[in-house]
Design a protein around this ligand. Sequence first.
Ligand SMILES: [Zn+2]
Ligand SMILES: [Zn+2]
Length: 124
Amino acid sequence: MSSIRSGGCLCGKVRYQATEDPVFSIQCYCRDCQHMSGGGHAPQFAVKRNSVTKSGPLKTHQITSDAGNAVEFGFCGECGSPVYKTTAHAPELIFFFAGSLDDPAQFSIGSKVYEERRQPWDES
Ligand SMILES: [Zn+2]
Ligand SMILES: [Zn+2]
């Protein structure tokens, strides 16, 4: 996944860049990702947080996850696009949503998680 290093939001005002390649990638079917994405799941990749720079009008929203971890969602304050999440379970990482990539075709799913929460209409 060598070119998975940059992305942003729908309106283009939020941007991020990483100096290192992703550590792993997942497709998550948890209820939080369903709510946050407005869909059935959220494909995302984890990058070391200290290798990332972000800019633009990011807003954040904090929740406690299904598993009891403090989770923060980052989204564009202008257009509302989901951009990233962080979790107290893995504080050294930041998870970007695959659809935010400049070149999302470079993404591939490493593993699927919380599949027991998958909705019957979600076929991917
Ligand atoms: Zn935006
Ligand atoms: Zn999730």
